[in-house]
Design a protein around this ligand. Structure first.
Ligand SMILES: *Cc1c(COP(=O)(O)O)cnc(C)c1O
Length: 356
């Protein structure tokens, strides 16, 4: 018996590649914003009081939590703030998924969900999305230990917005388990389930600053839900690490919230570029889902080129996108939306590669 037999072993999540800053690539592989954060953030950073770093930050993230609560029209005790939504989701999994019944989520979704289940020893059951990558509602009306739904979903880009009661029906049918709705991409055209938190005590809405607020490097995520859900999450958080949010993150997060006009503009630009990119790809025979996110999920015409070949051809030209060697995914690429110039370069490269 060695110490290695007792290690909590897990196969970790694989993030998209982050090339070193001096390696010039067109980076369309991790759904970051192509535009910088608001100028108000740069001002707040320049004005930041370095001396304050001697002191621990607010354990309850008070000032940023209150600014977020005001922005989204919820009470302070209905708001939880963490180090990116990955931290918020991990805390929620640890807090709420604690039964013998399996947690359920789709076969094609954010590939961190099964990793958290594995590391926390939570059992789970995956449910197949239909052929159009939509969730089959009836799959979520069975006994379970919890439910996780990304809406809009990744890497498909698909939003469950045709049936307005979709999320509500699932939440209502499962009063004995917590339903987590991961809304990382909702600002790019999804429909939020936030209004449901006033009506149901078993739904948790999770959001991030990483995508629509161009803040992936700052690490801010948050969750909104009934105050009892939030209290239980805080109890778990205070049992692991009380001071999760550092002082610069709290101050710059508040600055980012003070310039909604800037972000509405930046998001609108991304949406416009997304629609242009989807059209260009469809014109070349690609099958592209109807994306409500800041990426497109596209299958090249199989008789001309495989997704894998296109992926490597792009990589050789220093254009990074995402490809997974997994069932139902290997014929597609996930391409984050960059600037207009970056997407024009992508389309040009696609044409060159397909010409052979
Ligand atoms: C990007 C992403 C997250 C995590 O984002 P953070 O940077 O940790 O806030 C969570 N869920 C989905 C579906 C994502 O795409």
């Amino acid at each position: 018996m060695s110490w290695e037999d007792k290690v909590r072993k897990v196969v970790p999540y694989t993030p998209g590649e982050q090339p070193s800053d001096d390696h010039k690539v067109i980076k369309l592989n991790t759904n970051e914003m192509p535009y910088p954060p608001s100028p108000k953030v740069a001002e707040a950073l320049a004005a930041f009081d370095v001396d304050s770093l001697r002191l621990y930050p607010a354990p309850d993230v008070g000032p940023l939590r209150d600014a977020l609560a005001a922005r989204y029209g919820v009470e302070a005790d209905e708001m939880f703030v963490g180090v990116g939504s990955d931290d918020v989701l991990a805390t929620a999994f640890l807090t709420f998924f604690n039964s013998d019944r399996p947690v359920i989520f789709p076969d094609i979704t954010y590939s961190f969900y099964d990793v958290w289940c594995d590391v926390y020893r939570i059992t789970y059951e995956i449910k197949k999305l239909d052929e159009e990558f939509h969730i089959v509602k009836s799959d979520y009306l069975t006994e379970n230990g919890g439910i996780v739904i990304a809406n809009p979903n990744a890497p498909t880009g698909v939003s469950e917005d045709k049936d307005v009661d979709f999320i509500e029906d699932i939440v209502k049918a499962n009063p004995d388990s917590v339903v987590i709705v991961d809304e990382a991409y909702v600002d790019f055209g999804g429909v939020s389930a936030l209004p449901l938190i006033d009506k149901y005590d078993n739904i948790l809405i999770v959001r991030t600053f990483s995508k629509s607020r161009a803040f992936a490097g700052m690490r801010i995520g948050f969750a909104m839900g009934n105050s009892r859900l939030i209290k239980y999450m805080n109890d778990v958080k205070y049992s692991i690490n009380s001071y999760t949010m550092n002082r610069p993150a709290i101050e710059l997060g508040i600055a980012a919230l003070s310039d909604e006009e800037y972000y509405a503009d930046a998001v609108a630009k991304v949406v416009k570029t997304r629609e242009w990119t989807a059209r260009e790809l469809r014109d070349r025979g690609f099958t592209v889902t109807d994306s409500r996110t800041n990426f497109v999920f596209a299958a090249p015409p199989a008789d001309r080129i495989s997704a894998r070949e296109l992926f490597s051809g792009l990589k050789k030209r220093n254009i990074y996108v995402r490809w997974w060697d997994k069932d139902r995914l290997r014929d597609r690429l996930r391409i984050s939306i960059g600037t207009d110039e970056e997407m024009q370069a992508l389309i040009k490269a696609v044409d060159e590669i397909m010409k052979g």
